[in-house]
Design a protein around this ligand. Structure first.
Ligand SMILES: C[S@@+](CC[C@H](N)C(=O)[O-])C[C@H]1O[C@@H](n2cnc3c(N)ncnc32)[C@H](O)[C@@H]1O
Length: 248
């Protein structure tokens, strides 16, 4: 379900941002500063394990990190390859599952990242713990894990919760994306309505569906400890959403 959702979203994903290029630069700069503050300098091997089309990965490659980027969505991975090639940037890009990371050698990475609320696509504590243990396995001694997530504890559970991304203009067409959340206990179904209006006013709408587990940050911090991480902390001064930082 998750892979299909992001495969279908991949051609449009940049339109969810007011200006995707600005987001790439801002997030790449912020994460590169955070890595440098942890003693991880450009040239170090890092893994973006939920890279999508590359909002963080492109900026980090530009900063000179030795980047491996993986994602469960083949469509997102294919688009990231194109985006890197267009910018003449190098990275090892492939399909892989954050829960197992079968293509990553143990203790090979100075940092593992999964940003913009990727972890809550894993729908139980058991799946989250499996993913965190896997990230721990991939890190070298003193390597760091960096996850950015929504703060679900601060979000009122309204049913349905309708959240517009905004109107964009692309290739002579207007583009409108709206999220609808429908709660079901601690999980919710996410529908993204993507409407494209042609210059002659013809509209086409696609509806893409995924599901999230609204795991709290307190629970994620506890799971990080259970997975073997130390010094797990929440940082609100790095990205547009809370960042969890932990050391192997
Ligand atoms: C909101 S997107 C963020 C993508 C990217 N970090 C960005 O900001 O452009 C969440 C990403 O998590 C990926 N994802 C979800 N479950 C995954 C899993 N089990 N393994 C690897 N990637 C996964 C999705 O395919 C999607 O690309």
């Amino acid at each position: 379900m998750t892979a299909t959702f992001y495969d279908r979203l991949a051609p449009y994903y940049h339109l969810l941002y007011g200006d995707w290029e600005v987001a790439i630069t801002r997030q790449g700069d912020a994460l590169s500063d955070l890595l440098a503050a942890q003693g991880i300098a450009p040239g170090a091997p890092i893994l973006d394990a939920a890279c999508g089309i590359g909002t963080q990965a492109i900026g980090l490659a530009r900063h000179g990190y030795r980047l491996t980027a993986s994602d469960i969505s083949p469509g997102a991975v294919a688009r990231l390859r194109d985006e890197l090639a267009r910018r003449d940037l190098r990275a090892c890009v492939r399909v892989d599952d954050l829960r197992t990371l079968r293509s990553v050698e143990s203790e090979s990475m100075a940092a593992v990242l999964a940003c913009d609320n990727s972890l809550p696509h894993l729908l139980s504590d058991a799946e989250l713990l499996q993913a965190l243990r896997t990230c721990h396995r991939c890190l070298c001694a003193s390597g760091v894990a960096i996850f950015s997530v929504r703060d679900y504890a601060s979000i009122a559970r309204v049913n349905p919760d309708v959240r517009p991304y905004g109107m964009r203009h692309a290739a002579g067409s207007r583009f409108l994306a709206v999220q609808v959340w429908e709660w079901d206990g601690d999980q919710y179904d996410l529908r993204v309505y993507l409407t494209t209006e042609s210059p002659t006013g013809i509209c086409t709408t696609q509806v893409l569906t995924s599901r999230y587990y609204a795991v709290s940050i307190a629970r994620l911090l506890a799971l990080l400890s259970e997975a073997g991480f130390v010094d797990a902390q929440r940082r609100d001064d790095v990205l547009f959403q809370p960042v969890l930082l932990a050391r192997r």
